[in-house]
Structure formats: structure tokens, C-alpha cells
Design a protein around this ligand. Structure first.
Ligand SMILES: [Zn+2]
Ligand SMILES: [Zn+2]
Length: 358
């Protein structure tokens, strides 16, 4: 029992450290594309320190209790491996036996199955967060194979897509929000497939430019009718907001649902005559920007969601904080081994036949 309580105590301390990492302002890690390259190029220990301080992987110096026997694990820096060195006597045979538990420092984390140097991973993510992702440049400059680059691009995408599917609501009492729909047509480079049309629906706060965008291709429905759009508005725009939209009938009930609402008839005008504040010019600017971003050649519609997610992340998060925010997200999406241990309330009962768990 003593072992369990000391284990819980120590895990509690490490976890509170992890939580501080999330809250920390991290001002020293604010950076830009080129400074990040200058900081991490060829420097594994710096990259590892960065990943540890952002909770992406467990620190080698953390006191992590063995999930099998509760003894604190030792860390092998060269192999990035946590090993249990404890021995015990098997009651039946009275023989000494090693616990034998071991686990990689990368286990469960964003880096699990990362078979290349951590500094390369940091620079790959840095490039992923830049406006123009270039496969060839990453392969050539970091010496990674096409398959590896392809895989890691999609792992990065999982992080930004997770961020995308949890977009924060915008607006609030008296806050002006513009909403609109736009059609994205994708057909080139999809020979033999049905023409794909995807509508996007989004909103933007006029003053702060905070926004949300959702594709109408499944999760929320595909039609631009009230049954689809109203629940999206209620999810992403806080009550009391003043909404400006075009005169599409789907928006008619907004003023009965706790929103201020005014419309401009896009068939006739871009700005309501005599009421210049009634327009949707901010959201139209957003559409132009998104279309420029996602309409580049060779972007297939199945990747539309990925591109939208990356676009919104890169344009919503200020550049100096992008790497920081990305890795904090990655640490939450893929909690490292230490977190998995924390969630196990008690050490597993050791069975004699059980081998090492890697
Ligand atoms: Zn053990
Ligand atoms: Zn940071």
C-alpha cells in the first residue's frame, strides 16, 4: 500500500508540472519560421527539451512508477527507454525474477513510431505550419523518404483537424458577426470521379476577425437549408450577436432565436442601400482567402477538410505561437506514456507468465 500512495503522490507532482506547461506563457518559445530553423537544425537535445517542456513526451528525469510493480523506472537516454530494474521473489518457487517492464519515451505520444531525429520532426512541423507546404523540400533538406514525409504530413494533419473540429464559438451580446455560404467546386485531377461540389458555411466577427468555417459535406448535413444552417449558427455563434447575412430564406428565423439580424440582398446589392453597415464584406474576404489557399492544383476534394483545417489554424494562430500551440495540441491528442500511467489507478497485478511489456 505504501508503494501505491508514494506512486500516486509522485505522479500527482509530475502531472501538476504538465498542467503548468499548458498554462505557461512560454514567451521564450515565441518564434518565427526562420528562427525556428536556426534554433533546432541538427540539435537533438534542444528539440527533445522543447518537446518535453510542451508535454509531448515524458522527461527522462521524471519519476515514473512502473505500472507493473510501482518501483520508479530508470531511464536509458541513448535508447529513449524507461526500464524497471526491480526484482522480486516468486512465492511458489522462491526464485528471484526481474520485473522486466520497459517502455519507450515516445510511447503513446505524437512521436511514437518516429524513426528519425527529433530535430527533424520539429522542423517538419515548422514547415507544415508555413503557408506553402513542399514535399520535395522536406525530403531533400531533411533527408527523409517520400513515404515518411507523406505519413508525417498526415499525422500533423490529425492535430490541426482535431483543432478544426473543436472550433470555439464566436460573437456575444452586441458583437457584429457576418455569416455566408460559398461553393467550392473541385473537379480537376479527379478523373473518373463524380464532380464534387462542397459548400462552406462560416462566420466572422467584424472587429476581431475571429471566425469559424464548416464544410457542408456530412457532419452537419449537406443542404443549405434552415434545418442545416440554424443548428450550426446556434453551435458557433453566441446568442445576442448581431448577425448580417444575405437574404437567403434559411436565415429568416434568426431574429426569433435570440440574435439581432439584418440582411442584404446579394442579387441586387453588396451593401444595403441607405444602411452601409449591413454588408457581408468581411466574410466574402474570408472566402477569397480560403479559395486562394485550397484551389491550388493537385488538391483533391478528399483533402479539403485537411487543407481547411491547416488554413484556419495557420491564419487564426499568430505566427510566433504556432509551433507552441501545435505541440500543446499534439500532447493532448497523443498523451505520452506518463499520462497513461497516471490514468491507471493501481499497478496491475503481476502474473508469473507475463513477459516484458514494451
Ligand atoms: Zn516493475
Ligand atoms: Zn511554448
Amino acid at each position: 500500500m505504501r508503494e501505491i500512495s508514494s506512486r500516486e503522490q509522485s505522479v500527482g507532482q509530475v502531472v501538476s508540472l504538465l498542467q503548468t506547461t499548458d498554462m505557461a506563457t512560454c514567451s521564450s518559445c515565441e518564434s518565427n519560421y526562420f528562427k525556428i530553423i536556426a534554433t533546432f537544425y541538427g540539435d537533438n537535445s534542444r528539440a527533445l527539451d522543447y518537446l518535453i517542456s510542451h508535454g509531448v513526451i515524458s522527461s527522462g528525469s521524471s519519476r515514473i512508477p512502473c505500472p507493473k510493480c510501482g518501483t520508479f523506472l530508470s531511464f536509458h537516454e541513448q535508447d529513449h527507454l524507461f526500464i524497471c530494474r526491480s526484482t522480486f521473489t516468486v512465492p511458489k518457487t522462491k526464485k528471484r525474477k526481474n520485473c522486466g517492464f520497459s517502455a519507450s519515451q515516445y510511447k503513446g505520444s505524437f512521436l511514437s513510431n518516429c524513426h528519425f531525429a527529433p530535430w527533424k520532426l520539429v522542423l517538419l512541423v515548422n514547415h507544415y505550419l508555413s503557408r506553402h507546404w513542399d514535399y520535395k523540400k522536406i525530403q531533400d533538406c531533411l533527408g527523409l523518404s517520400p513515404n515518411t514525409v507523406c505519413d508525417w504530413r498526415s499525422f500533423c494533419s490529425e492535430v490541426t483537424e482535431q483543432w478544426f473540429s473543436n472550433q470555439d464559438p464566436i460573437g456575444g451580446v452586441g458583437v457584429e458577426v457576418e455569416v455566408d455560404e460559398t461553393l467550392i467546386v473541385r473537379r480537376k485531377y479527379e478523373r473518373g470521379r463524380v464532380l464534387k461540389q462542397v459548400w462552406l458555411f462560416g462566420g466572422i466577427e467584424r472587429a476581431s476577425k475571429r471566425r469559424f468555417v464548416v464544410p457542408l459535406n456530412g457532419e452537419y448535413g449537406v443542404r443549405r437549408d434552415a434545418a442545416t444552417l440554424i443548428p450550426i449558427i446556434q453551435k458557433f455563434i453566441r446568442p445576442g450577436s448581431i448577425i448580417y447575412s444575405d437574404s437567403w430564406p434559411a436565415y429568416r428565423q434568426l431574429s426569433e432565436l435570440g440574435y439581432g439580424h439584418d440582411t442584404v440582398n446579394h442579387k441586387k446589392h453588396f451593401v444595403k442601400p441607405g444602411q452601409p453597415e449591413v454588408n457581408t464584406q468581411e466574410v466574402e474576404r474570408l472566402w477569397r482567402d480560403i479559395k486562394e489557399w485550397v484551389k491550388r492544383p493537385k488538391i483533391r476534394s478528399i483533402y479539403l477538410q485537411q487543407y481547411l483545417a491547416r488554413y484556419l489554424f495557420v491564419t487564426a494562430v499568430p505566427e510566433p505561437q504556432q509551433l507552441h500551440r501545435f505541440f500543446i495540441k499534439a500532447s493532448k491528442l497523443y498523451p505520452p506514456f506518463l499520462e497513461v500511467v497516471r490514468r491507471q489507478p493501481e499497478p496491475e497485478v503481476f502474473s508469473e507468465d507475463e513477459g516484458a511489456v514494451a
